[in-house]
Write a protein that binds this ligand. Sequence first.
Ligand SMILES: Cc1ncc(COP(=O)(O)O)c(C=O)c1O
Length: 440
Amino acid sequence: MDNRSLVARSLAAVWHPCTQMKEHERVPLVPVARGQGAWLEDFEGRRFVDGVSSWWVNLFGHANPEINAAIADQLGCLPHAMLAGFTHEPVVALSERLARLAPGRLGHAFYASDGASATEIAIKMACHAWRNRGHPERNLVVHLEGGYHGETLGALSVTDVAIFRDAYAPLVRRNLLAPFPAQRAGSREFQCESCAEEAAGALARLLEERGESVAAMIVEPLVQGASGMRMYHPRYLALARELCDRHGVLLIADEIMTGFGRTGTMFACEQAGIAPDLMCLSKGITGGYLPLSCVLATDEVYGAFYDDEVSRAFLHSHSYTGNALACRAALAVLDLFERGDVIAANRAKAARFDALAAPLAAHPAVRDWRRLGMIWAFEVAGAGPGFARRAFEVALREGALLRPIGPTVYFMPPYVTDEEAFAVLVRAAMSIADELGTRE
Ligand SMILES: Cc1ncc(COP(=O)(O)O)c(C=O)c1O
């Protein structure tokens, strides 16, 4: 196999996700032959640091020996069995461990395969729980400006990113939009407690007016990923929790991106000292190996479905619900977290990486430099149309895989990234700022 022929076959046969395929006439499609640690490699030995953890899923590196061994062991025993009417050790052990790790009392785990499916499940669960309690009129969901929760139709109904939503507007139900808790994404806004309080005031007014028709509120805790690593103050989450309690609204924390240590704590909600009623997990849950997602629910939500009547049950399913291989990969990921005290190790690593990135943060074309946990982001002054595509190409040339979102460049590397690999990301971003930014 060589780069050129794989790319040609792929462009002929594969419809790539989130892609205007015609752009590949100009933008290179990158063939990946193998991955090792934080690095991906093509068929000619060209290596790239995976600066976006392969769409935010990879935690402990590509081809991690411990996750590999766990999956291989499970392969020889039970790759998959249906979960309705049956159960198996990996899904039980994973559910128990997630319940122990999650904030609050989220003791009931419902599984699916992708993040968007978890969003669908959480929305359906919240509305159905209210219906079972005799309030079918509570069926709207409050969501935040700029929020992203996936791209299936239900998930789009709580996603506020025009490029993903507009073409499907007639198919998508309108929910209730609340203001984002900071005006801009930047570092000063991130610290802005009064912005959080102001946005909570608007949420309070919305719930005063419409609360009795609302089943749930969904948030990406602390950072909105897909709309450009937009960070906000934890105070907003604490106030939103209070308001949801006051109005009987279930709080859904979408920790699909933020979960598993990405923001510096195991789950971002911890930094606000809150526990949601429903929590969506995916992405890092299997360390970037296999598709698995999960919604954790409280006893109260679970209890609303526990009944003699089948129609009051949560009759949702996917064929691969609770796949044994994926659950076993997830257990290996949790072992790695425990054994390496990864959260503390990442804190020290992020501080060392901050020092490496200091010249970039001070670059005259860099705006709103910010970091939360293992996420670094900034905007490039003067980034015009086509910036993201050109920046992607500059980064590739420098040996880094970066996928800017509009004018926002970010690093979300695997936790196994070392200083040498992080320095490659910084150098690539310096070239982006030098070549594509303006210095006012
Ligand atoms: C916060 C959040 N929710 C949901 C999703 C959707 O996950 P998936 O792409 O696995 O459907 C994403 C994906 O980026 C996400 O960042």
